[in-house]
Design a protein around this ligand. Structure first.
Ligand code: ATP
Length: 582
């Protein structure tokens, strides 16, 4: 297929406001592609040329792309940039500057565009900025007007198509397997490999049997198992059994450490490659992991063993950076508290029960220099658990994580195998909720300086892979916060409802669901207005959930994708446990 033809599909995806038609369009597209094009298109749809976790970044800087557009269409770079300031989307700027006469009618294939983009991504070193901008500008001159818009967005690393990974899996199942009945198997492979392109390639070439064989491998991050919430130790024992494994809850970064001989790689909770950010952990992994190959689940944070002091999360986050890494590593060295092992010496351990995994983990790590095996105990009574919780608080920790002793590692799962218990004050909701910005409601009076009176926010509904509304935030935002929100959402405004948003409220301006904010509210209430928790299969019916007195705590867009926002299932649990704390 040519890239121009592909862009017609991208255009359709961008225009639709229904998730079902997203799946139809993707499935129709996959059916029309050559076998070896499917995986490439999947990466391109994500604004990438490799799986999300691979350190092959396209994401060119705005200024570089602006130079390419200027070069391609004989415009001034300043004009491109000033148009961008107005439109907030270099893709649209490129489309408006596109000159028809440039396009010679030699239609370029998807595979050739992909190869060129890959070359751009892999160009580094001296003179690379110039080389990259020239290559992109050459590519721009071989495409039609619609395609230049989409190519520019791909080059920037943000396609604005609003297609989530579960939707791609739906499209893949429908196109290749005929329907969604076997989708669960694709999802399992996705949770264990984190690579949609690999799954597509394997499925197209070898069928479902080959996909099932993929499994866990060093060098490919496993989607993290996550925690549910319960209000107190009593509830934990009611829900999770008679003896429960318990560890401290460390408040740092989730880091999955992979070791393959001397080769170490590390991945964040949302599958980003973080290897280069933590040189001391690389050294620790090389020195302390006894197995030749291994995957460890850890939480990394700044910790002083002498005083047993855990540094606050805000301090630890200073380590998440791209520059002066060695210097900051010396000032604020990290330790990794290892709480699980998922792979050792060539063997996947995700189907091994927790206690056995913990035994293997202890055997595997030598000493406590940088990697520290997290101490774990088995508790038999709520009283013992309360003691451990109090002990955690006294050490300045957030709480504890309790786990079912015989549970297998459920990649990508969030259920009552793992539960977090955090500090709370009586009766009040104290855990925060991660929401996604969905739109603005224009206001009068004081707020007009920012053009908005309230923000429409939602959470993630896993079942339908869509965003459902949960609150309007108005007075809970300071002027400064409004300014930041305006800045971050610039260019993400939409003239129609985004396809994966389900809302009974129509805001003045829709915003593409991309930006995650952490919100604190006094209470979760039932609401006939909001779609979070409503029956949504046959339109949105029934009663939903809403947040009372919501206010912004911090932006989470740096470490959370919109699909990592609080889910409806989690909110239900939070609603049910309100006021039940001891
Ligand atoms: P979540 O990760 O559940 O979406 P979140 O990012 O807001 O939520 P928390 O609510 O603080 O994080 O709690 C879960 C996180 O706690 C895990 O993802 C992990 O990074 C961290 N964690 C710390 N200690 C442990 C431990 N002993 N076992 C499992 N996870 C732990």
């Amino acid at each position: 297929m040519t890239f121009n033809e592909l862009s017609v599909y991208f255009e359709k995806l961008e225009e639709t406001s229904s998730r079902l038609s997203l799946i139809d369009i993707i499935s129709d597209l996959f059916k029309k592609l050559q076998k070896d094009e499917v995986e490439k298109v999947i990466y391109l749809m994500q604004g990438r040329v490799a799986p999300f976790y691979a350190p092959i970044e396209l994401g060119m800087a705005d200024k570089m792309v602006a130079t390419s557009i200027a070069l391609a269409f004989s415009e001034k770079r300043e004009d491109v940039l000033s148009e961008d300031r107005k439109k907030g989307d270099l893709g649209l700027v490129a489309q408006s500057m596109y000159k028809k006469n440039l396009f010679q009618g030699n239609e370029i294939e998807i595979g050739d565009v992909f190869e060129k983009l890959l070359e751009i991504a892999q160009t580094s070193g001296e003179g690379s900025v110039e080389k990259k901008t020239t290559m992109l500008s050459e590519l721009l001159t071989t495409l039609d007007g619609n395609s230049v818009k989409h190519l520019v967005r791909i080059a920037l690393g943000n396609t604005r198509l609003g297609v989530g990974d579960p939707t791609v899996l739906d499209g893949l199942a429908t196109a290749i397997l005929g329907d969604k009945t076997q989708r669960k198997l694709l999802e399992k492979a996705y949770n264990e490999t984190s690579d949609l392109g690999l799954i597509a390639r394997t499925l197209v070439k070898g069928g479902l049997k080959e996909v099932e064989k993929l499994g866990v491998t060093v060098g490919r991050p496993i989607r993290s198992e996550l925690c549910e919430r319960l209000p107190n130790p009593q509830k934990v024992f009611e829900k999770m059994g008679e003896s429960i494994h318990s560890t401290y809850k460390y408040d740092g970064f989730r880091v999955q450490i992979h070791k393959n001989g001397d080769d170490i790689s590390m991945y964040s909770r949302n599958l980003e490659d973080m290897t280069h950010m933590f040189p001391e952990l690389i050294e620790g992994a090389r020195k302390q992991i006894k197995a030749r190959t291994a995957i460890l689940d850890t939480e990394a944070l700044a910790y002083q063993p002498e005083s047993e002091e855990f540094l606050p999360f805000q301090e630890t986050t200073k380590r998440r950076r791209k520059h002066n890494i060695d210097e900051v590593a010396l000032k604020l060295p990290l330790k990794a508290f290892v709480f699980d092992v998922l792979y050792a010496d060539g063997k996947s351990l995700i189907d091994t029960p927790l206690l056995e995994r913990r035994e293997i983990m202890k055997e595997l790590i030598e000493g406590e220099d940088i990697l520290i095996p997290s101490p774990g105990v088995i508790l038999q009574t709520p009283e013992e658990m309360q003691l451990m919780l109090d002990d955690a608080f006294s050490k300045g920790l957030e709480g504890i994580v309790v786990k079912k002793v015989d549970s297998l590692y459920e990649a990508g799962g969030r259920n009552f195998n793992w539960v977090k218990l955090k500090k709370h004050s009586s009766g009040e909701l104290n855990d925060t909720i991660d929401c996604v910005i969905l739109g603005y409601i224009l206001g009068r009076g004081k707020r007009t300086e920012f053009g908005a009176g309230a923000l429409l926010v939602g959470i993630y509904d896993k079942e339908s892979d869509a965003f459902v509304t949960v609150s309007k935030i108005g007075t809970g935002l300071t002027d400064e916060e409004w300014r930041s929100i305006k800045e971050k959402t610039r260019g993400h405004e939409m003239t129609h409802k985004p396809a994966r948003v389900i809302s009974n409220i129509v805001p003045s301006v829709w915003v593409r669901p991309e930006i995650v904010i952490e919100v604190l509210a006094d209470e979760i209430t039932r609401s006939p207005l909001h779609t979070a928790g409503m029956e949504i299969n046959n339109g949105s019916k029934g009663v939903g959930y809403a947040l009372r007195f919501p206010r912004l705590v911090r932006f989470r867009d740096a470490d959370k994708k919109p699909e990592d926002a609080t889910s409806v299932d989690e909110l239900k649990v939070m609603f049910e446990s309100q006021g039940k704390q001891s």
